[in-house]
Write a protein that binds this ligand. Structure first.
Ligand SMILES: [Fe+2]
Length: 305
């Protein structure tokens, strides 16, 4: 997909309507969500083993629609681990207490503590805009989330395509950003206070800033990406702290527009895949904490060659 076909929120007509993709052994349908950076995928049972051409086809769809939504799925931890691992290597998440006991490459997103009480960190976690792992030197490729129990309202996940976001900034701001390097550190951005005290002392001590250009390039379509987020980006090189924070906040204010947001309202059985490189996301975090929200998440570090 040439990048100018996506710009201005338009895609080629043939791709803007429901279309079928045949991978040889299996086929599935892609239904774009009108005006949003997302598509619904149907006719695939992700709990069954899938051949590598299916993973390759899904990767191609993700270039155009960086959030893919699957409904009515039923994957236990083993099946979810197998499915996510079909894309590439899985990251063992920084928050160790949420890692799955048998599959450390999976971690729980839950507001239910092991004793059944409310885990209040699980409620507020990840409710500001971020890109998973932007605080690592080599950020991951994909996020995958599968819902088991979900509150009825207020527990959604919101996504923004940062390629479109960059395209829509004023040209002089784009030029300024092309010359900036962002410093990222876990939870150190102006929206990162929800992560206070979430790391172990040892992890906290080992924390270092990592540098990422404020404008990165998507490896698949070559599009420019605004690679800044309010949770982990806390400074720009050669800019003082106050100006840096002001710029991060200003960028977020420009990027977070209602028409740019794909808001997914979860139903048990949903599974979402998103491109970590080109999107930011956050949890809606507006549900009653006593309503159970239990999801399993995988982060694909690196695609299989
Ligand atoms: Fe996240």
């Amino acid at each position: 997909m040439p990048k100018n076909a996506r710009r201005n929120g338009r895609v080629a007509k043939s791709l803007a309507e429901t279309h079928s993709i045949d991978t040889g052994g299996a086929s599935f349908s892609v239904t774009p969500v009108a005006g949003k950076p997302a598509a619904r995928i149907s006719d695939l049972d992700l709990s069954k083993p899938l051949e590598s051409p299916v993973f390759a086809a899904l990767r191609r769809v993700l270039v155009e629609y960086p959030v893919l939504v699957f409904g009515d799925q039923d994957l236990d931890a083993m099946a979810f681990h197998d499915f996510a691992g079909g894309f590439g290597s899985l990251q063992e998440h920084v928050l160790r207490k949420y890692r799955h006991d048998d599959y450390p490459g999976l971690s729980w997103l839950t507001n239910v503590a092991p004793d059944g009480s409310v885990d209040s960190f699980g409620v507020k976690r990840a409710t500001n805009w971020h890109s998973d792992g932007s605080y690592t030197a080599d950020p991951p490729a994909l996020g995958i989330l599968h819902a088991y129990e979900t509150p009825k309202n207020g527990a959604g996940t919101l996504f923004i395509d940062m390629r479109t976001a960059f395209d829509q900034l004023a040209p002089d701001l784009q030029s300024q950003l092309r010359n900036l390097t962002g410093l990222h550190r876990h939870g150190a951005g102006p929206g990162g206070e929800m992560y206070d005290n979430s790391l172990t002392d040892e992890q906290e001590k080992a924390q270092q800033d990592v540098r990422h250009p404020a404008v990165t390039r998507h490896p698949d379509d070559g599009a420019d990406i605004l690679y800044v987020n309010e949770t982990h980006t806390h400074r720009f090189e050669d800019m003082d702290k106050a100006d840096s924070i002001a710029l991060v906040k200003d960028l977020m204010a420009q990027v977070v527009r209602p028409d740019a947001i794909f808001h997914h309202h979860w139903t048990p059985g949903d599974l979402l895949i998103w491109d970590e490189r080109s999107t930011i996301h956050r949890g809606e975090g507006a549900y009653a904490p006593t309503e159970r929200r239990i999801m399993l998440r995988a982060i694909v570090d690196r695609f299989h060659e």
